[in-house]
Design a protein around this ligand. Structure first.
Ligand SMILES: *Cc1c(COP(=O)(O)O)cnc(C)c1O
Length: 397
C-alpha cells in the first residue's frame, strides 16, 4: 500500500542528502576523533566541520554548540545547567508553561524534588503565553525561564523574542526548546536573544539519536555524562560522528528549503483545516495565525482519537492523536487540557503534521477519509446517539 505519512512532528524521513553525508563515516572514516592516527583525525575534522555548519545554521559561534543524543538530552542539560548556575547564586526559582514537551516537564519535576520552585504558567485558548505573564512571574530568585519556540502538538509559535527580551532586562537566563522549529521556520540565536536552545536532527530529516544544545558564550553547561573530555569536557562519550555529520547536512538542506517549502506547506495545511472543519462539531486546536507551516490539530466531538488513528492507518494514513509520548497512554493530552479542551473532547483529537513530500492529492484523500471515518465512528457511538437526541449537550458547537 502507498502510505501517506503525516506524522512529521513525531519524526521525519531522512533526506537523501542526510543519508549520503552519513555513509562515509560508517564505511571508510569510522575513526574515533580522539585517536591521533589518520582515520581518527578524519573523524575529528568531520566533527569540526559539522559543528561549524550547525553553528552557522542558527547564527551561533562554533564554541557555543554542544552535541547531544537528541532533543531530550539537550533539554535536560539546559535545565540542569541553569538550575545549577542559579543555585550557586542562591536562585532556585524556574518559570515555564504547561504545554512544554515532557523532556522539559519531567526534568522540572525532578528539579522540584531537589528543592527548586517551579512555576508552570497557564496558556490562553490558542496555547500562547505572553511576555507580560513572564515579566510578572519573574522574581529576585528566578534562575531560568524556559519556553518552547513552537508546540509539538498544536503547532503554536510562541513570542520567544519578546520573552527573551524580558528575561534579558531582568537578568534571568532564557532557554528555548526549538526542536519543532529549527529547520522549519527561520531562526537565529542572536535575533531571538536566548541563552540556550535545543535542537534535534530527526525532526528536520536527519537521523535519530543526534541533537545539539546551543549555550551562549560565557555560560558553562553542566556535565550530565561523566567520562572522557569530549564536548569540551561537558558531555563524555565517543561522538556519534556519522549522526552529527548527517545532522549538519540535514539542517543546511532544511534551512535552504524553508522559503520554497513554506508557502506550499501553508497551502496544504490551510486546505486540510478548511476541509476538516466541514465535519460538524469539530474544532481547530492552536492558533490559526502563529502556527507552524505544516501543523494541523483538530478535535472531533463524540469519537475516540485512538479508534480514528487505527481506521486511518487501515487506509494508509499515518497520523497521530498528539505527541508520541502521550498516544498509547489513556490520559488525554496535557496540551489540549491546557488550552481548555474538556477531557471528553481532548480524547477525540487528530494531529496531522506535513512535510514537503506530501501532495495536494494526499491532502484531499486525508480529508475524505477522515470525514468517512468520523461519521462511521459516530454512528457506532452511544454518546453520539445521546448528543443527537439532545440527552447530552454538545461541547463543540
Ligand atoms: C521531539 C521533541 C523533543 C525530543 O527530541 P528527541 O530528539 O526525540 O529526544 C523535545 N522537544 C520537542 C518540542 C519535541 O518535539
Amino acid at each position: 500500500m502507498n502510505r501517506i505519512y503525516v506524522d512529521n512532528a513525531a519524526t521525519t524521513k531522512m533526506s537523501k542528502a542526510a543519508i549520503e553525508a552519513m555513509l562515509p563515516y560508517l564505511e571508510e572514516c569510522y575513526g574515533n576523533s580522539s585517536s591521533l592516527h589518520t582515520v581518527g583525525q578524519l573523524a575529528a575534522e568531520a566533527l569540526f566541520k559539522a559543528r561549524q555548519s550547525i553553528a552557522e545554521s542558527i547564527g551561533a559561534d562554533i564554541k557555543e554548540i554542544y552535541f547531544t543524543s537528541g532533543g531530550s538530552e539537550a533539554d535536560n542539560q539546559a535545565l540542569i545547567s541553569a538550575a545549577e548556575m542559579g543555585a550557586r547564586k542562591g536562585k532556585k526559582h524556574i518559570i515555564s508553561q504547561k504545554t512544554e514537551h515532557h523532556a522539559i516537564l519531567h526534568t522540572l519535576k525532578k528539579l522540584e524534588k531537589q528543592g527548586f520552585k517551579v512555576d508552570l504558567l497557564n496558556v490562553d485558548g490558542e496555547g500562547n503565553v505572553t511576555p507580560e505573564q513572564i515579566a510578572e512571574a519573574i522574581g529576585p530568585d528566578t534562575a531560568l525561564v524556559t519556553i518552547m519556540t513552537a508546540n509539538n502538538e498544536i503547532g503554536t509559535i510562541m513570542p520567544i523574542k519578546e520573552i527573551a527580551a524580558v528575561c534579558k532586562e531582568k537578568g534571568v537566563l532564557f532557554h528555548t526548546d526549538a526542536v519543532q522549529a529549527v529547520g522549519h521556520i527561520p531562526l537565529d540565536v542572536h535575533d531571538i536573544g536566548c541563552d540556550m536552545l535545543s535542537l534535534s536532527a530527526h525532526k528536520f530529516h536527519g537521523p535519530k539519536g543526534a541533537g545539539a544544545l546551543y549555550v551562549r558564550k560565557g555560560l558553562m553547561p553542566s556535565c550530565l555524562i561523566e567520562g572522557g573530555a569530549q564536548e569540551r569536557g561537558r558531555r563524555a562519550g565517543t561522538e556519534n560522528i556519522a549522526g552529527i555529520v548527517s545532522m549538519a547536512a540535514a539542517l543546511k538542506e532544511a534551512i535552504g528549503n524553508i522559503s520554497e517549502n513554506t508557502p506550499r506547506l501553508i497551502a496544504m495545511r490551510d486546505r486540510l483545516i478548511k476541509g476538516l472543519s466541514e465535519i460538524p462539531h469539530s474544532i481547530l486546536n492552536g492558533s490559526i495565525i502563529n502556527r507552524l507551516p505544516g501543523s494541523v490539530n483538530m478535535c472531533f466531538e463524540g469519537i475516540e482519537g485512538e479508534s480514528l488513528l487505527l481506521l486511518l492507518d487501515a487506509k494508509g494514513i499515518c497520523a497521530s492523536s498528539g505527541s508520541a509520548c502521550t498516544s498509547g497512554a489513556l490520559d488525554p493530552s496535557h496540551v489540549l487540557l491546557a488550552i481548555g479542551r474538556p477531557h471528553e473532547v481532548a480524547h477525540g483529537s487528530l494531529r496531522l503534521t506535513l512535510s514537503e513530500e506530501n501532495t495536494p492529492e494526499e491532502i484531499e484523500f486525508i480529508i475524505k477519509s477522515t470525514k468517512d471515518v468520523v461519521e462511521y465512528l459516530r454512528n457506532m457511538s452511544p454518546i453520539w446517539q445521546d448528543l443527537q437526541e439532545g440527552k447530552r449537550k454538545y461541547v463543540i458547537q
